[in-house]
Design a protein around this ligand. Sequence first.
Ligand code: C5P
Ligand code: MG
Length: 171
Amino acid sequence: MNLNLYPERMKPSLAYRIGYGEDAHRLAAGLPLVLGGVAIPHAEQGAVAHSDGDAVLHAVADALLSGLALGDIGQYFPDTAAEWKGLDSRLILARALELVRERGYQPVNVALVVTLDRPRLGPLRAEIARTVAGLLGLPETEVGVSFKTSEGLAPEHVQTRVTVLLERADA
Ligand code: C5P
Ligand code: MG
């Protein structure tokens, strides 16, 4: 029996790997809201978190790790550890990126979705794309940024979902 169902050029290839990450934080008045490394002006509520609560960077970091089955950021930065209190999420992302690079891979493009009722983030789309891209060493055209409301279902939450494509550096 011939089990080689794919022509050579269609064979699934480990040169590319997909990663997916999610994050959510509760929102409360009087706290800063940081998303994708950008401080959101005029936010009435900010993230309740052990770190700086940047739900975009947390999901991007998890997406990077998941693409290579490296677990999730909680394993590297336990949210019970006093030393990670108030942690700048850019450091979390930098560590995840380092782990990916150590294994010979690099991100190609990122698609991220932020679900948040208020404030409107549309005016910050380019800045968030530019900032996330900069942290990943990518051109900003490789970071797609979408916003959704929860239609009032979760007005006190921010939710993020991120896919990333990884490419083996020698591919
Ligand atoms: O989720 P919904 O379909 O209602 O979003 C409608 C529009 O509002 C989208 O174009 C989206 O980019 C924008 N939006 C935004 N800021 C948010 C949520 C949605 O600019 N916090
Ligand atoms: Mg988080």
